[in-house]
Design a protein around this ligand. Structure first.
Ligand SMILES: Cc1cc2nc3c(=O)[nH]c(=O)nc-3n(C[C@H](O)[C@H](O)[C@H](O)COP(=O)(O)OP(=O)(O)OC[C@H]3O[C@@H](n4cnc5c(N)ncnc54)[C@H](O)[C@@H]3O)c2cc1C
Length: 370
């Protein structure tokens, strides 16, 4: 829980919370999305929150998993944790890339001058996973990726590729080279934008393999794991944002229509929402501490992502029902959280797939403390 925080952690919590309140007050009626993003970035840099996710060698503060959780949770309680511009780009997979790739891509990426995407998901009818063969010092890549967030603006996509005779590898593919084509651009319900890619005889230097060839699936999953934790932390903050919204609603309606406590049916629903929020938040903070202790916390991260996103989906649905049709207006905060919650139950691994993995972790691999 966000209890037992030391002074430095409480400082992050307070800075993130006041940043969240300022970002929440930016007016979506009068500002374009890109203006909100750049204003958010400027405010976050001033609050020192932007740099938490970046390494010290690039001016960041290299925050721990617990510190990131505290910041995301605090931003979530203001209803804004999922907005772009709050955190600086983290090196992610590129931290393990060859020197050549780091020199060319990592610096501009961390400075916000180059954008990257993550290519993992493939169309269900793809037939064969994206694959590559060696030709001299080059890889020749063919295949498709169906759901690359930010793909239309990406200068490169870190892509999971099955390399012949080696196995899965993460490979950096620039988006402007021959054979790379965007076959579809689309937005999703949560307001984020994506692209589908096809690769036809795309040639990249061997150095574009990130880390050891053959260890690509592990590398991809390390990256996915970090994002799952971020989604879980955002979601617990948003759970509390939604609960606060319903508490205000209950107070207002009870004041205007009845004596406090008379609307017992709604109060029971609200109590259930609070219990779900507490359970999800407890799991996420415990997991962040396990990650920081250096433990293998893959199963606990999956569990936290499930608990937090399912709790958020369920209690936001109930909150909308309690508040009524007004909560479905496009710009209503509950409608916005609902769209976000719906996407997070699929993004970075659907709830069902994660449940299956947790079962496998325990039954076949003897992993996980649950
Ligand atoms: C907002 C958003 C952003 C995303 N960004 C990216 C990105 O940047 N890069 C990227 O590569 N992908 C991205 N994705 C794709 C995401 O990872 C996939 O949507 C997700 O992993 C589910 O895969 P799928 O869509 O192919 O559905 P499927 O895997 O086809 O699943 C369809 C349904 O079948 C169920 N199912 C599938 N397998 C099993 C099983 N073994 N047991 C039980 N049930 C099962 C699922 O739970 C789901 O209900 C994003 C998705 C969203 C919504």
């Amino acid at each position: 829980m966000p209890d037992f925080l030391n002074d430095a952690q409480r400082d992050i919590q307070q800075r993130a919370h006041s940043l969240g309140r300022r970002v929440a007050s930016l007016n979506a009626d009068t500002l374009e999305a890109h203006q909100i993003e750049s204003e958010t970035r400027a405010l976050s840099k001033r609050a020192g929150i932007f740099f938490l996710s970046q390494p010290a060698e690039f001016g960041g503060t290299d925050a721990t998993s617990l510190e990131m959780t505290i910041a995301r949770d605090a931003l979530g309680t203001c209803g804004v944790s999922h907005l772009p511009g709050l955190f600086g780009p983290a090196p992610g997979l590129l931290a393990q890339a060859s020197e050549q790739v780091r020199n060319k891509f990592l610096k501009p990426y961390l400075a916000g001058e180059a954008k990257g995407g993550f290519g993992f998901t493939e169309p269900s009818d793809a037939g064969r996973h994206t694959w590559a063969t060696y030709e001299g010092d080059e890889l020749v890549i063919n295949g498709q990726k169906s759901y690359v967030t930010g793909g239309s603006q990406a200068d490169f996509v870190n892509t999971l590729v099955e390399v012949e005779d080696v196995g899965p590898a993460m490979v950096l593919i620039e988006t402007n080279i021959p054979g790379v084509e965007i076959t579809r651009r689309f937005g999703s319900i949560d307001g984020t934008h994506h692209a589908s890619f096809s690769f036809t005889d795309v040639r990249v230097p061997r150095e574009h393999i990130i880390g050891d060839a053959g260890a690509g699936m592990k590398r991809a999953l390390d990256q996915v794991n970090a994002v799952r934790m971020a989604i879980a932390a955002d979601s617990v903050g948003l759970c509390h944002f939604v609960c606060d919204h319903v508490a205000d609603h209950i107070h207002r309606t009870e004041l205007s229509t009845a004596a406090p406590g008379t609307n017992q049916a709604v109060r029971v629903q609200f109590g259930h929402m609070r219990a779900q929020a507490y359970s999800a938040r407890s799991a996420v903070y415990r997991t962040a501490r396990l990650v920081d202790a250096g433990d293998n916390a893959v199963n606990e991260v999956m569990t936290s992502k499930i608990l937090a996103t399912e709790a958020l989906g369920s209690l936001t649905d109930v909150a909308i029902q309690i508040v009524g049709g007004e909560a479905l207006a496009d710009l209503h905060p509950l409608a916005s959280v609902f769209r976000r919650a719906r996407a997070t139950r699929l993004a970075e691994g659907s709830t069902e797939v994660l449940h299956g993995n947790i079962a496998r972790g325990y039954l076949d691999l003897q992993l996980g403390r649950i």
